[in-house]
Design a binder for this molecule. Structure first.
Ligand code: DAH
Length: 344
């Protein structure tokens, strides 16, 4: 045997390997070179004839040839498998773009939806929408709205106090002073916000809930104006005229103070589950802004007056959706939340 045999075999293999285009042709080439009666076996059989002094050189060359052929065959095998997978993906139409998408889309918390609706309604009536802080000073939350230290009204709102003497605001009324001071004596502003009270939780009470506060300050503002804006808001929200009534109430920051009830929009006053059979929904605490509050906000109560009201979004949502447990609204329970996408 001559070295030439080895070189020839290698060249031959290179040519043959170029023709491989299927697992069958690969197997044929493999057998031709690596099979029991293949070319490499043939060369090895002739190894015996190689003179002793050349055996080492021949041996190395034969081994190199054999492993070169083996590696090459393995590489071709892998590339054929890859091509087969690509073909399979194409043929099986893995992505059918015409299929309906089964994606779970998120939904806004019903409270957020109603907040946006109510804010839009007031905006359309010329109100400015403002923001308040969640951490407030004791002054803004209490004193500036006519609740001095030791006033019994402080007990109405159990407060989360912070170690620096500030607090988590217990009512959106806490922004009244800042807002009247900022917008001056002629203003129409609403300010929604999250409020906190250190309450025992149950189906009707949360320690974190959402309110909207509204103030209108001007010359000769009357209770009739207050009723007008509330009725207009309710009409836009419930898409029908809603009767309201005022009952006397007590809030330190308003004088006189009222509880405004709305005729139940669901039973038109006949009595139903939502209004607890009374035909009325207690909706909006309100009143004429106390002169002290105006004074503390830099407005002369001899010249100007105004009204203020509060609205609880959680309660509004519960009325609108018949949800009977307020705690769901902070729970992020997707099963509950996603039902309101269409209902609101
Ligand atoms: N701040 C009161 C509360 O959280 C609600 C309220 C009552 C707001 C009367 C007002 C108002 O503006 O006039 O209980």
């Amino acid at each position: 045997m001559e070295l030439n045999n080895i070189v020839e075999t290698e060249k031959c293999f290179e040519e043959d390997s170029k023709q491989i285009d299927s697992p069958e042709s690969l197997e044929a080439v493999r057998l031709k070179y690596l099979g029991k009666k293949g070319k490499v076996a043939d060369i090895m059989a002739k190894f015996r004839e190689v003179p002793v002094e050349l055996k080492k050189e021949f041996g190395q060359k034969i081994n190199t040839l054999k492993s070169k052929i083996e590696n090459c065959i393995e590489t071709i095998k892998e590339s054929l498998a890859e091509k087969a997978t690509e073909r399979e993906i194409k043929n099986t139409k893995m992505f059918d773009y015409s299929l309906p998408v089964d994606t779970k889309t998120g939904s806004l918390n019903p409270r957020t939806i109603i907040q946006k609706q109510v804010c839009d309604i007031f905006k359309n009536m010329g109100f400015v929408v403002e923001d308040g802080c969640e951490v407030e000073t004791e002054y803004n939350n209490f004193e500036a709205v006519n609740v001095p230290k030791n006033h019994p009204a402080r007990d109405m709102q159990d407060t989360f106090w912070l170690s620096n003497g500030q607090l988590l605001k217990t009512q959106t009324s806490a922004a009244q002073n800042r807002i009247i001071r900022t917008y001056g004596p002629e203003c129409k502003v609403i300010f929604p916000g999250r409020v906190f009270r250190n309450e025992q939780l149950d189906a009707k009470h949360e320690n974190t809930f959402f309110q909207l506060e509204g103030v209108v300050v001007g010359k000769n503002v009357t209770v009739a104006n207050l009723i007008y804006f509330e009725k207009a808001m309710l009409k836009a929200l419930f898409k029908k005229d809603i009767e309201v009534r005022l009952r006397p109430g007590f809030f330190p920051f308003t004088e006189p103070s009222y509880e405004m009830d709305a005729r139940c929009p669901f039973c038109s006053g006949r009595g139903c589950h939502t209004c607890g059979g009374s035909g009325w929904l207690e909706l909006c605490p309100c009143g004429m802004i106390h002169p002290n509050v105006l004074k503390m906000a830099g407005v002369d109560p001899e010249q100007y007056n105004g009204f203020a009201f509060g609205l609880g979004f959680d309660r509004l949502v519960m009325i609108r959706t018949n949800l009977d447990d307020i705690r769901y609204l902070n729970s992020n329970n997707l099963k509950v939340m996603s039902q309101f996408k269409t209902k609101m």
